[in-house]
Design a protein around this ligand. Structure first.
Ligand code: NAD
Length: 302
């Protein structure tokens, strides 16, 4: 079997067409959706990520505010910046680019962000809401994976879903989202013994370990859906995922490439969450004329 490719770039572009329409609808009602991105220090990778987010805002017509703070900024100043953004009615989403310098406690910074503007979904409230299945802002990477899964048209309910990687930003929320959709979920991590014994049972295999070449065909069930979240730069400069793509695609039914799979979806879901926040703010301020947010519907191929 040769897998069908799940094209994250194409899906992102389709979703962004819909976003531009939503922005126009908001602007016609006097609301200009806005996202603030706070970058502390000048980590080169973070600068690239922030640049991509600002670019995506521009593409969709979302106003973006880039706030750069020096690497030696005090915790108090970071918190004061967030507080200002929390009160700014023109800002609907606040994102603090991680990692932060060691002297700034990440947890205190994330919890300072208003839960109504927490478009990354990292505030404890939104993390808890994910557990109960009521999250307003699902974290962007697993949210993007969920939509990529939808494109296959396969019902997640009752499937064996195995997530490799248990980080707070990808693996754990991914597991919760799959559980919410009634999959039987296993989350593996670096201390898991005999990883293959788990992955071979997966109808849906989601890999987010940051280890190139981790998943080889012998670890994959015939016909599995394989989603590769990993982004790894090899010494020769190539970007690859965690899955041996060429070999595994001969065994899987669906597979995401790297690049062009999960990566573009992460930024797209950030814009989705920002628009959702702006729509909710409008609704709260102006009665119920505006339709409440609905999750983007992804049509499966026939
Ligand atoms: P992380 O380092 O915070 O967590 C990695 C997880 O993988 C940990 O739970 C660890 O225990 C597990 N792990 C490591 N080696 C393992 C092994 N040999 N077997 C099983 N589990 C193992 O990383 P993260 O932030 O979750 O990111 C994971 C990968 O996903 C990275 O490559 C990262 O660049 C990528 N990523 C991509 C996107 C995107 O938009 N595509 C977004 C976030 C992260």
């Amino acid at each position: 079997m040769t897998a069908q490719i799940i094209d994250g770039k194409a899906l992102s572009q389709r979703l962004r067409v819909g976003f531009r329409e939503r922005v126009e609808r908001l602007k016609a009602r006097g609301v200009s959706p806005g996202l603030a991105v706070v970058l502390v220090g000048d980590n080169p990778a973070s600068r690239v990520y922030v640049g991509n987010k600002i670019k995506a805002c521009e593409e969709c017509g979302v106003h973006s505010l880039h706030i750069g703070l020096a690497a030696d900024v005090s915790e108090a100043e970071v918190l004061a910046t967030i507080e200002r953004l929390n009160r700014d009615a023109g800002i609907h989403g606040i994102l603090v680019q991680l990692p932060l310098p060691a002297h700034i406690p990440i947890a205190r910074v994330l919890e300072a962000i208003s839960v109504h503007k927490d478009v990354d979904g990292f505030h404890l409230y939104n993390v808890g809401a994910l557990v109960t299945g009521t999250s307003i802002f699902p974290p962007c990477t697993p949210y993007g994976v969920q939509l990529l899964l939808d494109t296959t048209g396969i019902d997640v309910a009752g499937k064996n879903a195995v997530v490799v990687g248990a980080s707070n930003i990808v693996g754990k929320p991914m597991g919760l989202m799959l559980l919410q959709r009634e999959a039987t979920v296993t989350i593996c991590h670096a201390k898991t013994r005999d990883l293959a014994q788990h992955t071979i049972l997966a109808d849906i295999l989601i890999v987010a370990a940051g280890k190139p070449g981790l998943i080889v065909p012998q670890m994959v069930k015939e016909g599995a859906i394989v989603i590769d979240v990993g982004i790894n730069r090899l010494p020769d400069g190539r970007i690859v995922g965690d899955v041996c793509f060429d070999a595994v695609k001969e065994k899987a039914s669906w597979i995401t490439p790297v690049p062009g799979g999960v990566g573009p979806m992460t930024v797209t879901m950030l814009i989705e969450n920002t628009l959702r926040s702006a729509e909710r703010a409008f609704k709260a301020a102006d009665g119920d004329e505006f339709q409440d947010w609905e999750a983007p519907v992804v049509k499966s191929p026939d």
